[in-house]
Design a protein around this ligand. Structure first.
Ligand code: 5GP
Length: 115
């Protein structure tokens, strides 16, 4: 049984977060420590600890996360200027919260991804 994280409490609105979108499948909220003018986390409401735990049953859910990300980018006015979506998996990628999440970053030139 996967261990709940603080993100489950955010989904259930038990702790405060700046939620910008929520439906029956996903929740999106502003990162508490933004690395860009727009920094939003898009997470499934269902607890999946890492990308390694995604199954084929989650295919539609993952596609929905991407569609929601594009809609939020449009709402934020960064769809044309550009943005970056990042998902970290485990230690070497620096994953800190073990409830998968997609970072949506934009609002400035983000530079090169690596190096
Ligand atoms: P990771 O490094 O796991 O990919 O990213 C975790 C992200 O979650 C970090 O960018 C961190 O700032 C954010 N985060 C951690 N705890 C909280 C929280 O309680 N509220 C919000 N809004 N963001 C959080």
């Amino acid at each position: 049984m996967a261990q709940e994280t603080i993100f489950s409490k955010i989904i259930r609105r038990e702790i405060p977060a700046d939620i910008v979108f929520q439906d029956d499948k996903v929740t999106a909220f502003r990162d508490i420590s933004p690395q860009a003018p727009t920094h939003i986390l898009i997470i499934p409401n269902k607890l999946i600890p890492t990308i390694n735990d995604i199954t084929e049953q989650d295919e539609t859910l993952l596609g929905h996360m991407m569609i929601v990300a594009a809609k939020i980018a449009n709402q934020e006015g960064i769809d044309e200027s550009g943005y970056r979506l990042i998902m970290n998996c485990n230690k070497d990628a620096g994953q800190e919260v073990f409830h998968i999440h997609m970072h949506l970053l934009g609002g400035k030139n983000l530079g090169r991804l690596i190096g």
